[in-house]
Ligand binder design. Structure first.
Ligand SMILES: C[S@@+](CC[C@H](N)C(=O)[O-])C[C@H]1O[C@@H](n2cnc3c(N)ncnc32)[C@H](O)[C@@H]1O
Length: 295
């Protein structure tokens, strides 16, 4: 069964290839074993040697206003994974022209449209994030976190797959000259949001959580909400960029707003939207109490 969602440029293709999986999924029984969260320390030798092996054609440039962020091309990243992705999960998923395989590979090796939208929005709204503690949740290439680094924030990058963090996010962070882990206040984590919450809930809370294209799977709303609830500071703000509706999978901004309403902890407002095709939005989400406190 192949389910496709999204715009032509960034399609979500959920490919549950075996009939057993298909049967289990349809009867709602497919048990996904989510990977546990762990902190990843950059491997300096590997990172620097990977960067040295890059040719100019392998380095792309993400533009938002005046700001230019370098990143490794997806093709190069996918091909490097042959050497590190032991079960070839990501490689097989990418080569079978799927973007995601739930619980195994969650699509971090591409830059999704929401990242461009949110980068442009943040660039306009925030000239500095000095000393703010920022989480780039489901970071993939890490563009939003790198943008926050450029604005002098302390950044935590989180992605599901450790290979994505090691071979893509960290490379991109270093490519932009944030290449000294002693000097720059950043950290990297891989693994599922549920165990990430457990790992981080007793640490200093985030002033800002940035998350782009992470609400396609309705089954993950509970744990996404839990990250928000347990790791955001009292006055913190979440910016979530996503499509209004992910065709074929059911998630989207309206559905997520409904979920937030039911939980009754955060409120949200649409602060930006694009309506000329597959609709996209940015939600600003914050604690209910702040919004009801009189000025
Ligand atoms: C479609 S990609 C978007 C990547 C990036 N934010 C962008 O806009 O280019 C979704 C991201 O969410 C993360 N993700 C999805 N489900 C997750 C889960 N259950 N636990 C941890 N991360 C998850 C994946 O790591 C993946 O990078």
């Amino acid at each position: 069964m192949l389910i496709v969602a999204g715009s032509k440029k960034n399609m979500f293709k959920f490919d549950f290839s075996t009939s057993k999986d298909e049967h289990e999924k349809e009867s709602g029984k497919l048990e996904i074993e989510w990977l546990p969260a762990q902190e990843i320390n950059p491997n300096l030798v590997r990172t620097n040697s990977l960067i040295e092996s890059l040719e100019e054609k392998d380095i792309k440039r993400f533009q938002s206003g005046e700001l230019e962020i370098k990143y490794m091309s997806t093709d190069y990243a996918v091909n490097r994974l042959v050497f590190y992705d032991e079960e070839n999960i990501i490689l097989n998923t990418e080569h079978s022209h799927s973007d995601l395989l739930p619980g195994k590979y969650e699509g971090g090796l591409k830059i999704w449209e929401g990242t461009q939208d949110l980068a442009n929005y943040l660039n306009k709204e925030y000239s500095s994030l000095k000393d703010k503690s920022v989480l780039d949740l489901g970071c993939g290439a890490g563009i939003l976190g790198i943008l926050a680094c450029f604005k002098n924030a302390n950044v935590v990058f989180q992605d599901y797959n450790s290979s994505v963090i090691n071979l893509y996010t960290i490379i991109n962070v270093f490519l932009n000259d944030f290449n000294d882990p002693e000097k720059f206040a950043y950290k990297f984590f891989s693994g599922d949001w549920e165990s990430f919450t457990t790992l981080r809930e007793n640490f200093k809370k985030f002033d800002m959580i940035l998350t782009s294209e992470t609400i396609y799977n309705v089954d993950n709303y509970e744990k996404l909400h839990s990250v928000f609830e347990k790791t955001l500071s009292e006055n913190g703000i979440i910016f979530l960029a996503a499509k209004s509706y992910y065709f074929g999978v059911g998630g989207g901004t309206r559905q997520f707003e409904e979920f937030l309403k039911k939980k009754n902890i955060f409120i949200s407002e649409v602060v930006w939207k694009f309506t000329g095709g597959v609709n996209r939005e940015i939600l600003k989400i914050f604690l209910f109490e702040i919004s009801t406190t009189p000025n």
